[in-house]
Design a protein around this ligand. Structure first.
Ligand SMILES: NC(=O)C1=CN([C@@H]2O[C@H](COP(=O)(O)OP(=O)(O)OC[C@H]3O[C@@H](n4cnc5c(N)ncnc54)[C@H](O)[C@@H]3O)[C@@H](O)[C@H]2O)[C@@H](O)CC1
Ligand SMILES: [K+]
Length: 502
C-alpha cells in the first residue's frame, strides 16, 4: 500500500482553511505566528536561490497572502534588499495580520529601503527591480480577476524578471487548477502548510514553476482527512526485481492480447513486462497469430488457443484460456491490441466473471467492459483499469470535461466498484478502493503517443504479477516510465518513442 509523506499531501482551499482555523482555535498558535513562519521559510528559500536579490517589487492584496509577502520583504530587508510594495486594494482594509506586518516592516526600515504605493495606477514604473513577489491572492480567491489585479498580472508576466508566488500563483484556482481570467506565471511557488491540489490539475503545472513546500506547525492529526496525494519517486520505492529460486517464483504474467493488425500492442506490452524481470510472461493468443509472435517475441512463452484460421479471440476460446490460467499462480493483463470484434467483446465479457486472477484491464479490454452494463468484479480478485480520458468517459453518464471532474469521478468510481484506476493523462491519477487518489507531478505528455499505453500496462501488470498491491503497481508502472523518460531526456535530443520506455 502507498503511504504518502506529509509534503506530498494535497489540499483543497476549504481543507486548508479548516486546518488553519483548527490550529488557531484549538492549539493557541495564532495566525500571525503562522504567517511569520510561512514568510520566513519563503525568504530562506529565496536567499538560498540563484535569483539576484537587490530590489524586489511586491504585489500585495489585502488578505493574508499579502501578509506573507510582507514577512518576506522584512527578512530580505534584514539582508539589505530593498522593496517596492504595491497594494492592489489599498492599505485601508488589510487583514489584521497583514496590517500588523505592514507596520512591522516600516519599523524595521532604518535606511529607507521600503517604498509603499497605495494603488496600482500610482506605481512609478521607472525603477529597476530584479524580482517580483506575488502576494496578491492565495486560497481566498473567489472570482475572476478584474481591473487592477488583471493588469498587475499581465504586467508581471511581461517583465523579464523571476516571479515567486506566495502559496499559489495569483489567478490559479486552488482546487481545480483553472485560470480565473488570467494568472501569474511563477518561477517559484511557496506552498504554505500544504500543497494545494490545483497546482497539479489543468493549467496548474504550467503556471507554478518549482513548487517548494514550506512546513507550518499544523498538527498532523488535522491533516488526516486529506485524500489526495502527489506521487513522487522520493517516497515510492522502486523495488528492483530479484531473480527467484526458479522462474515461476519471480512472478508470472498472463497476457491476453493482440488481434490481426494489432499484434504490435501485444508485443510492446509483453516486452515491457518481461523487461521488469518476471519469471515468465505467457502470451495467450489466437492460434492464427502464433507465427507473428514466434518471430517477434522469442523470450516470451506463447500459448495458442483455437485454430489456425483464428486471428482474434472468440467465446469458443474460453475453456482453453481458463485452463491455461490454471497452470501457474500469476496475474493477468487483458486488452492491449485485442480489438473490438463482436466475438472478442463476447469473449471478454464471459471471461472476466470466471477469471479468478488479479487483473489489469487495458485498451479494448475496457471498451468491452464498458459495453456490459451490469458488470461485476469476481469477489476476492483485484482489478486495475487503465483508461485514457476517452475510455474513462465511457464509464460516466456525463462527459468528463476537466481534471477536477476527472479526479472526482475516479475517486467515486474506484471506491464504489472497489477497484483501482490508473487514469492516464496530465496528470495521471491513481484512484484506489479506499477513495484515496494520487496525482503525477511530471510532464506526462511524452507518453501520449500510440504504444506508450501498452508499455505502461506491461509495467503495471509486471508489478501486480510480482505481488505488489494494486495502487503500488500503478505507482511503480508510472514512475518506472518517468525514470526512463528522465534518463532519455538527459541523454538524447529527439523525442522518445514508446519502445524507449521499455
Ligand atoms: N493563518 C492563516 O490563515 C494563514 C494563511 N496564509 C496565507 O493566507 C492566504 C489566505 O489568506 P486570505 O484568506 O486572507 O485570502 P487571500 O489573501 O487569498 O485573499 C482574500 C481577499 O481577496 C479578496 N478577493 C477574492 N477574490 C478576488 C479577486 N478575484 N479579485 C480581487 N480580490 C479578491 C477577498 O475578498 C479577500 O478580501 C493563503 O493562501 C496563505 O498565503 C499563510 O500566511 C499561513 C497562515
Ligand atoms: K499569490
Amino acid at each position: 500500500m502507498l503511504n504518502a509523506t506529509l509534503p506530498h499531501y494535497l489540499f483543497t482551499a476549504s481543507q486548508s482553511r479548516e486546518i488553519d482555523r483548527r490550529t488557531i482555535e484549538e492549539t493557541g498558535m495564532d495566525g500571525f505566528t503562522l504567517m511569520e513562519i510561512a514568510g520566513l521559510s519563503a525568504a530562506k528559500h529565496l536567499l538560498g536561490s540563484d535569483i539576484n536579490l537587490s530590489h524586489g517589487v511586491y504585489l500585495c492584496g489585502k488578505g493574508n497572502n499579502g501578509g506573507d509577502a510582507m514577512v518576506v520583504a522584512r527578512y530580505l530587508l534584514q539582508n539589505e534588499i530593498a522593496a517596492t510594495l504595491v497594494f492592489l486594494s489599498g492599505t485601508d482594509n488589510l487583514s489584521p495580520d497583514a496590517q500588523r506586518n505592514l507596520e512591522l516592516l516600516q519599523q524595521f526600515d532604518d535606511h529607507h529601503r521600503i517604498e509603499v504605493y497605495e494603488s496600482w495606477d500610482t506605481l512609478e514604473q521607472t525603477e529597476h527591480w530584479d524580482f517580483i513577489i506575488d502576494g496578491m491572492l492565495g486560497t481566498g480567491l473567489d472570482s475572476n480577476l478584474r481591473g487592477d489585479y488583471l493588469e498587475a498580472v499581465h504586467w508581471a508576466n511581461e517583465q523579464d524578471l523571476p516571479v515567486a508566488s506566495m502559496d499559489i500563483p495569483t489567478g490559479l484556482h486552488a482546487d481545480t487548477g483553472q485560470l480565473m481570467g488570467a494568472c501569474i506565471e511563477a518561477d517559484y511557488t511557496f506552498a504554505f502548510g500544504g500543497r494545494k491540489q490545483g497546482l497539479y490539475l489543468e493549467e496548474g503545472p504550467f503556471q507554478t514553476g518549482s513548487v517548494l513546500y514550506c512546513e507550518l506547525p499544523f498538527p498532523n492529526s488535522y491533516k488526516a482527512r486529506c485524500d489526495t496525494f502527489l506521487l513522487d519517486e522520493s517516497w515510492v520505492s522502486l523495488e528492483q526485481a530479484r531473480p527467484g529460486r526458479h522462474k515461476y517464483a519471480s512472478g508470472v504474467l498472463y497476457l491476453i492480447a493482440g488481434s490481426e493488425g494489432l499484434t504490435g500492442a501485444a508485443m510492446l506490452a509483453a516486452r515491457s513486462a518481461w523487461a521488469e524481470g518476471l519469471g515468465a510472461v505467457i502470451l495467450v493468443c489466437p492460434r492464427g497469430l502464433l507465427p507473428v509472435y514466434e518471430i517477434g517475441l522469442p523470450s516470451i512463452i506463447k500459448k495458442a488457443v483455437g485454430n489456425k484460421s483464428d486471428d482474434f479471440f472468440k467465446p469458443d476460446h474460453l475453456p482453453e484460456v481458463l485452463d491455461i490460467l490454471e497452470e501457474k499462480e500469476g496475474a493477468v493483463l487483458l486488452g492491449p491490441g485485442i480489438g473490438r470484434q463482436d466475438d472478442t467483446v463476447a469473449f471478454i465479457n464471459r471471461f472476466l466473471p470466471r477469471n479468478p486472477r488479479n487483473t489489469v484491464i487495458d485498451a479494448d479490454g475496457l471498451w468491452a467492459l464498458a459495453q456490459w452494463e451490469q458488470w461485476e468484479k469476481p469477489r476476492g480478485s483485484q482489478w486495475i483499469l487503465t483508461p485514457h480520458p476517452g475510455e474513462l468517459s465511457r464509464f460516466s453518464d456525463k462527459p468528463i470535461k476537466s481534471d477536477a471532474h476527472r479526479l472526482h469521478f475516479v475517486r467515486n468510481f474506484s471506491s464504489r466498484r472497489q477497484l483501482t484506476i490508473l487514469s492516464k493523462g496530465m496528470p495521471g491519477i491513481i484512484g484506489t478502493s479506499s477513495g484515496e487518489c494520487y496525482l503525477t507531478n511530471y510532464d506526462t505528455r511524452y507518453f501520449s503517443r500510440a504504444g506508450s499505453g501498452d508499455v505502461l500496462a506491461g509495467k503495471v501488470g509486471a508489478s501486480l504479477a510480482r505481488g505488489r498491491a494494486p495502487d503500488a503497481s500503478c505507482a511503480e508502472g508510472l514512475l518506472r516510465g518517468k525514470k526512463k523518460l528522465d534518463h532519455y531526456l538527459t541523454n538524447a535530443d529527439d523525442l522518445p518513442e514508446p519502445r524507449d520506455f521499455i
